[in-house]
Ligand binder design. Structure first.
Ligand SMILES: C[C@@](CO)(OP(=O)(O)O)[C@H](O)COP(=O)(O)OP(=O)(O)OC[C@H]1O[C@@H](n2ccc(N)nc2=O)[C@H](O)[C@@H]1O
Ligand SMILES: Nc1ncnc2c1ncn2[C@@H]1O[C@H](COP(=O)(O)OP(=O)(O)O)[C@@H](O)[C@H]1O
Length: 286
């Protein structure tokens, strides 16, 4: 049996440049990965199957619509002789949460299938299957912090982040990515003057200044659709030692960055006491 971690993705920044003719949006985002996630295993078998359990299993929807299947089928179309097998997904991340849980699961499926079939991860068919499965899957496949551009298909070099002590807070409301982009009502991309690609600075203080000067353009429309995003941001901002609080992706999960792991743990404890129904996780982003 092969096993892979599917780590939550956190968009430390997310700038939307505009809407393309096909409805997708070009963006620029510094993506990092958290120490919390789902777990996927693959046991050799002649047929492709998927069993889902864990606290998020029901919210993830029917197994046959799972992104694990979509990724496996996308790779099988490109590699007809692909050895498949029985997947088991332990679903812990909140669903439709801006943490890319489904994309992380799909990327984990591609990593396991690559391993089982002796395919290198940078094989054109693995990369093609990732792109065909979802905009966030290519970056999740790499699992390393980096800038993501285009609609998620253009990836910058891996970025060595300093230790980022964080708390992730999901206020228990599912937000569909497409609804948040629609509410943004971004201008068409055609004619937009795109600035040259920028890489984040190395080093803690410079990186924090750079992060503070950046934003998540999807936060205002998400706040309009889901006021609980504002409550979760306020809870983080009130916590001692919180340097930055921002929404990840299309929400509703927000993250706070803290001076050290004790401050992050204390903030997580206080938020859990005040909001026992929320999903609250202290973690390190890398
Ligand atoms: C916004 C981001 C930021 O990392 O994350 P999430 O909030 O979903 O985690 C991603 O770009 C989401 O990636 P992913 O969730 O894989 O998107 P997809 O399944 O391909 O697209 C879902 C829907 O989102 C919209 N969409 C997605 C990506 C993009 N660059 N422009 C878009 O307009 C489209 O309406 C699309 O139909
Ligand atoms: N393995 C999966 N985990 C979570 N959601 C999944 C999965 N497969 C398919 N989905 C569907 O994908 C949608 C987006 O889920 P998710 O990836 O959790 O969103 P987000 O990227 O906003 O965190 C959900 O509506 C869900 O029904």
């Amino acid at each position: 049996m092969l096993s892979a971690r599917a780590s939550a993705k956190v968009n430390l920044t997310l700038h939307v440049h505009g809407r393309r003719a096909d409805g997708y949006h070009e963006l620029e985002s510094l993506v990092a990965f958290a120490g919390v996630g789902d777990r996927l295993t693959l046991t050799p078998a002649s047929a492709l199957t998927l069993h889902v359990d864990g606290p998020g299993a029901a919210a993830a929807g029917p197994a046959d619509a799972n992104l694990v299947y979509k990724a496996a089928r996308a790779l099988q179309r490109r590699q007809p002789g692909l050895a498949l097998g029985a997947f088991a997904l332990s679903k812990h991340l909140p669903v439709a949460a801006g943490l890319g849980g489904g994309s992380a699961d799909a990327a984990a499926a591609l990593r396991l299938l690559a391993n089982a079939n002796a395919l290198p991860l940078d094989h054109a068919d693995i990369r093609g299957a990732a792109r065909a499965t979802g905009a966030d899957v290519p970056v999740c496949l790499t699992g390393k912090a980096r800038m993501m551009r285009g609609i998620g298909d253009e990836l910058g070099p891996a970025v060595a982040l300093p230790l980022l002590f964080a708390v992730l807070v999901n206020p228990g409301v599912a937000l569909a990515t497409s609804d948040v982009f629609r509410a943004l009502a971004a201008p068409p991309l055609a004619g937009a003057q795109l600035a040259a690609a920028v890489e984040p600075p190395a080093g803690g203080p410079a990186l924090l200044r750079w992060l503070l000067a950046a934003r998540n353009d999807l936060e205002p429309p998400a706040l309009g659709l889901c006021p609980q995003v504002g409550q979760a941001l306020a809870a983080l901002r009130e916590a001692a030692g919180c340097r930055l609080a921002r929404m990840s992706g299309s929400g509703a999960t927000v993250f706070g960055l803290f001076d050290d792991c004790r401050a992050a743990a204390a903030a997580a404890r206080a938020i859990r006491v005040a909001q026992p129904a929320w999903w609250v996780k202290p973690t390190v982003l890398r």
